[in-house]
Structure formats: structure tokens, C-alpha cells
Design a protein around this ligand. Sequence first.
Ligand code: ADP
Length: 582
Amino acid sequence: MRRDLVEELVVLHARLLRRMPYVQALVVGGLGIALLPQVPLAVFLAWGAATILMEMVRAVAASRVLRRRGHWDPVRIHRRFIALAAFSGVTVGLCGVLFLPHLGLVRQAWLAIVLFAMPAAGVSVSVGSRYVLAAYAIGILAPATETYVHLHPDLLIAQGLSLVFVAFLIIVAADGERLLQRSIAIRKERDEVVRELERSNAETKAAMERAEQSAQARARVLASASHDLRQPLHALSVYSAVLAERPDPATLGEVGRNIGQIVQTLGSLLSGLLDLSQISAGVFVPERKVFPLGGLAQEICQEFAPAAAAKGIAFTCTCEPVCVVGDAVAVGRILRNLIDNAVKYTERGTVAITIRIDGDHALVEVTDTGKGIPPLEHARIFEEFYQLDNLGRDRSKGVGLGLAIVQRLCERIGAEITVKSESGLGSRFTLQLPDAITPSDGKPTGASPQEATAQPHSFAGLRIYVVDDERDILKGMRWLLDAWDVRVATAGSVREAGELFAREGLPGILIADLRLGEPENGAALAARMRRRYGDFPVLIMTGEIGSEALRDAHAAGFPVLQKPVAAGTLYEAIRAAVDRAN
Ligand code: ADP
């Protein structure tokens, strides 16, 4: 029998056993009335007391079992109940041995009826346990039947009848057992369904709470974003009014510079919002490729070295030779945001970037001696638009999205970002990246990026093709590149680019937008032109992160510039491309 079934059975049986002393007292009373005129009183009383006592023993055992539910082995208790049923049956069955010889035929028949009825009633008390029932029935009927056959040797058939009766009772009990089994199974199924319902209710509730929280977060982000977008747009409308008044050259210069600053701020705000939305919407699917973390950090440090030098901050980058398996673009983005903050919020002292291996993790630490962050704010700085010391929301102090992007990217690539900082005592942001590998032939990379400072460079004679489906961007790029003495040719579509290559041959550099509003993206176009016309340097510009096209660009080894691209960054990228080509 299954263990859970035995347990159920034992409990039900125990519940019924607690009432058995009263039932037995009634049986003894009834038998007394019927038999006492013919049986000795003392023997009857002794027998009656013994049977009631036996039922009391069973009732006490049953109560203990019910009290200590869950602390006993059901199989052992079942066996104990079988033994108690056998004792109880024999005690009752003794009345056949003791009384039958004293009784006349009618009373003998009457006693026999009672003795057969008792195991039949026992079917319900045994709650379907064939074994309890068999022990009880055989205990009652065996001694009584033997005595009866002894008194009536001509009625040997009584033995057979008793046996058939016991067998019949056992079959009925087995049916009960099956019924019990079925009802337990149904109850279990019902419990499982209820549990499942409760679980899915809890999940739905949690999902609703999450949705509510994210709706609130979205509303907060939208409110902040609309405020932060409105301000610079308002400033732009004021400046456009100033320009319409044809100001003097000095004012014109200042307005031009201010417009440049505003456009840069708007660009970083929009690209931050775009990145956040793409990362949150799961559009960004991180790559899993081996890349040299030290090399990447060095490149990024070089980008920030001029800004640090301009503020008079010591800037160091010490990297163990380590590669990681992951998404280089995402890691680069995280490092840029952390280093940008470190340089931005440090007025004197040092900004240090270190990379070391810790087991199978790579640890990148960006440490600064800047203004620090009070511990109470450590969690909140990772929220969108949360900034310290910028109540006036002066956008030249940043837009408040950098660390939110860092946090989301970390979640997507399985990295961990932690911060240690005190107000006035500098900050240390630690990025823990999984899946680090030490390249066996790796060389320690500890060069100081200040060594690689920008040299003035002449682009005179350089021929650049620019492909972008935005006419305004083409116009702007033409003006900008003209100003750097570059010979520019522009194409607004894949077809125009093809014609340009066919007409004018290879460019010094091709600068292509990634998304051209056509099936062929900028990276694929560049690759096709290279196959057709031979090698030339390529720069890809895009506002996307994590798209298929972007992955194509990285796979082809094209440098990618994230829009909005500051003029200085473009200048450096062109210079690097020229250097690589020479
Ligand atoms: P932003 O720098 O554009 O304001 P972030 O999300 O990058 O936005 O940072 C949020 C806030 O955290 C910043 O406004 C700044 O107060 C604080 N913070 C971040 N990095 C540093 C740091 N290295 N030192 C001091 N404060 C920092």
C-alpha cells in the first residue's frame, strides 16, 4: 500500500477507534440482557470488562496517534493497529468459547448473529484496511466457530461459512481501500490545482506590481525628459529669434557657441533615452565574443586623457593582460560612462583605472579623488535622471542617465557594478565582469594614456565619401569636412553611393550611416564596395546599439562612432583611420 494512503487510513481509523469503548459498552450491555439468564454473571462481567478495556487501550493508542500527527511512521502504526485489532477481536470472540456451552439453541443462534455482525460493522471501522479487518474478524470468528463446531460436530460447514464470510468482508474492505485511494487522489489533485492557482495569482500580482512600478518609472522618466528637452528647445527658440535680428559678429559668435553646446546636450539626452529604451525593451542582445579588456580600456582612457589633462588631473590606466568573453560595445559603454563621471566630478588629484583578474572574473576599478557621493545616495544615483547637486538641472553638468545606462547594461551582460564613496573622499566604482581569461601570450599593458596626446594633423588632399539618408546631415558634414580641408563627396542612398564609387573610384575614407532606410545597411554597402573596388578605410556612424546591422559592422572590423558624434571625436577618428591606412 502507498505510504500516503496508509497514513490517511491510519488517521481515519484512529478517529473511529476513539468511539469504540462506548460502542463496545453498548454491545456488552445488549448481550448481558440476552445472555445473563443462562451464563454465570462473574464470567460475563469479567469478559465484558476485558472487551471494554481492550477497546479503551485501542482508543488511547488512537488518541496519541492523532495528537502526534506527522511524528510517526504510518506503516509502523498501521501494524500496531492490526495487532490491536487482533487482540480486540480475540477478546470479543472469547465470548463464544465462554458462553456457547451454557446457551440453548436459540440463544446460541442469537449470539452467532451478533458475532457475525461485529466484523461486518468492523468494515467501516477499519476504513478499508483489509489487514485490520481480517485481524479483527478472524480474532472474533475463529474461537467462536471452533467452539460451535465442537458443540455441533455435525455442523462442520460452519467453519466453511465463517471462512467465506471473512473472505467476503476482506473483498468489501479492499473495495473501500480503492475508494479511499481514489478520494485521496482527487483531493491531492484539488490541492495541487488550488496551489497552482495561488501560485499563478501571486505571479500575476507580482507582474502587476512590476508593471505598475515600471509605469511609474516611465512616467517619472517622461516627466524629467520632457522638462529636460523643453529647456534647451526653449533656449534654441530664443537664440533663433536673436539670429533673426542679425546680431553683431561678437554676439553671433557667442550665440553659435551656445547653440553648439545646446545641441550637444540635446544629443546626449536623446541618445541616453534611446539607449535606455533599447536596453529595457530587450532590443539590445549582448554578444558573447572574446575581446581584450585591457586594450579596450586603454583606448577609452586615451579618449578621456585630454579632458583630464585640461583639468590638471593625474590620469592613469593600469591593466593586467586580460580578455573577457562578452559584449565589447556594452563594456566600452559602461567604462566610458564611469570614466566620464570620474573626470567630470574630480577637480584635483587622480583618476585611476585598474584592471585585474579575480578568479574567473575581471575587476575594473574606476577610482577618483573627486567630490564623492554620500552613502545614502549610492542606490539612487543609478536611477534615471537622478543627480546630486544639480537642483537647477543645469544640463552642462550631465543629463543624469549615465549610471542608469551602466546599471541596465550590467544587468543585460551579467556584470555587477558597485560603488564605494564618501562625501568629499572620492569614489570607487567597481565593475565585475564574468568569464575572464588570461591570454597566455598577453603582455602587461600599463602605458599612461597621457603619452598619447593629440597632434595637430592636416587632412589637406584627403578624399572622404559620406553616405547618409538625411540630407541635413550630409549638408552639415560637407561644411564641417570642408572646414578641415577635406575633399568631400556625398551620397544620399545606396544607389548614389554606388554611382559615386563608379564615377570617382576609391575614397580616402568612407563615412557611412548604418541605417540607410534600405535593405542594405552602411556596413554591408562598405563591405560590397571593398569587394568590388579594393580596400579603403571605413567609419560607421550610428545611433543604434545592439542591432543586427551593428553586429555586422563590428564583425567586419569597422570602427563605429555612436551618434551624436562630437566634432572632436570625428576628427580623432578620421586621424586614426588615416594613420592606420599609412
Ligand atoms: P550625470 O553624470 O549625467 O549627472 P549619472 O547617472 O552618470 O548622471 O550620475 C548620477 C549622479 O551620480 C551624478 O549627478 C553625480 O552626482 C553622481 N556621480 C556619479 N559618478 C560620480 C563620481 N565619480 N563622483 C561623484 N559623484 C558621482
